[in-house]
Write a protein that binds this ligand. Structure first.
Ligand SMILES: Cc1cc2nc3c(=O)[nH]c(=O)nc-3n(C[C@H](O)[C@H](O)[C@H](O)COP(=O)(O)OP(=O)(O)OC[C@H]3O[C@@H](n4cnc5c(N)ncnc54)[C@H](O)[C@@H]3O)c2cc1C
Length: 387
């Protein structure tokens, strides 16, 4: 029997038993460990560091990477986990993305065997936290404009510069820092205890409050020769990692949207006005139906993208389709969901406005709507319109 309220098109029939089992494990973790506390964490601007080890035990950190203690799961499984985590909160899914798809994936893709052995097992277990420093105060959408420099110093390196918006940096054990060198942009593996490295959390955020982002200062940070990621030079290094994270985001956004929709479906069936449950009004049903249409479409986009990724055929331009469509759609769904809650919708007792606010960050990082529109425009026309 089709569960029209929750899986209108029977999308679950496209998933394997293993995928459904993994999804239900992550859903259980979110229900038990995130959902009961997330309102408090969001209000207090608190990131629950202690969950990292639990997520490590569940195999969620670097879960699509192979070896070095990583779970080696498929792209679709990683996507399903991202969806469930973001149904809890974007901040929690962001932690998993920064740890696995950015910091760990940079070391896994571009690092030496020694760097991989040193960092990846502890990061997969959640015992060590990683961050990924690309964005700078004056270089965001255009990372080619970064001004952080690494210069050779005998056999080693000295880093100077600043990074902004770097997730988890103040609690991280290791930072992957991208810097200009005489040879082009290189990545450096920087233990955060290295003298000259400081990370200060950004305060006053209206979005992503159960999560940490920092300003990093690098002042005469001295590193040994083997701190550089040996396997890559140029922006293709960070972009390969960003593509991993962007892929997870398209799934995650549908999780936030689904949670907002399910929250207001239940509310509308019980809340009575004009002697009717508000779900009985045509205007409310119109809103709910629009949500179902877009959640189902967005989930199919994510699934098709994941199947392409697992087949080794996914193009970065196709990731832009999913990231742009699914995040933009999810924000609209969460905002519309908020209206069904009336005044109660502006409190942390209900998830939709928290999700909508979080998604403002999600639409901005890993390529803004405009950047992904430009990537798709270039793919369609063959003409770059970035400048
Ligand atoms: C919560 C959060 C977490 C983050 N985590 C990390 C992290 O862990 N590591 C990291 O390195 N970075 C991180 N970032 C930074 C993020 O990647 C940048 O914010 C993003 O790339 C946008 O850069 P910007 O904020 O400098 O905006 P800008 O690049 O200044 O853009 C401002 C506006 O101009 C538009 N714009 C820019 N160029 C064009 C163009 N060519 N045509 C049309 N419009 C254009 C943009 O789309 C946007 O609307 C994070 C950001 C946030 C908010």
């Amino acid at each position: 029997m089709t569960d029209f309220a929750n899986d209108y098109l029977d999308i679950d029939t496209l998933l394997t038993a293993e995928e459904i089992e993994l999804r239900s494990n992550v859903r259980g973790f979110v229900d038990e460990r995130i959902r009961p506390h997330i309102g408090e964490w969001f209000e207090a601007a608190h990131f629950p560091r202690e969950l990292a080890k639990e997520m490590g035990r569940l195999g969620l950190l670097g879960m699509h990477l192979k070896g070095y203690g990583c779970a080696g799961r498929s792209a679709v499984e990683y996507g399903l986990a991202a969806l469930e985590l973001e149904a809890g909160d974007s901040g929690i899914r962001t932690f998993v993305s920064v740890q696995g798809s950015l910091a760990m994936s940079a070391i896994h893709k571009h690092g030496s065997p020694e760097q991989k052995r040193t960092w990846l097992p502890g990061m997969a277990a959640g015992e060590l936290i990683g961050c990924f420093g690309l964005t700078e105060p004056t270089a965001g959408s255009d990372p080619a404009g970064l001004v952080t420099r690494a210069v050779r110093d005998g056999s080693g390196w000295v880093l100077n510069g600043a990074k902004r918006w770097i997730g988890l940096a103040s609690i991280a054990d290791v930072a992957v820092i991208w810097a200009g060198t005489d040879e082009g942009i290189r990545g450096f593996v920087v233990p955060t205890g290295t003298p000259g490295f400081t990370a200060i959390p950004i305060t006053g955020k209206l979005s992503m409050r159960a999560s940490i982002q920092c300003d990093i200062t690098l002042q005469d940070v001295r590193l040994p020769a083997d701190a550089v990621l040996p396997e890559v030079t140029g922006l293709k290094g960070p972009f390969a990692c960003l593509n991993e994270a962007r892929y997870g985001i398209m799934w995650g956004a549908m999780g936030a949207a689904r949670d907002a929709y399910q929250t207001v479906l239940a509310y509308a069936q019980h809340r009575t006005q004009f002697d009717q449950p508000i779900a009985a009004f045509q205007l409310t049903q119109h809103k709910l139906v629009d949500m179902v249409l877009e959640i189902q479409k967005g989930t199919l986009v994510a699934l098709q993208t994941g199947r392409l990724k697992d087949a080794g055929k996914l193009r970065p331009e196709q990731i832009s389709f999913g990231k742009l469509n699914n995040v933009r759609t999810a924000i609209e769904i969460c905002r519309n969901a908020r209206t069904i809650l009336g005044g109660n919708g502006i409190t942390l007792d209900y998830s939709p406005l928290r999700h909508a606010n979080n998604l403002e960050s999600v639409r901005t990082y890993e390529g803004t709507d405009e950047v992904h529109t430009l990537i798709m425009g270039r793919a369609i026309t063959g003409i770059p319109a970035f400048a």
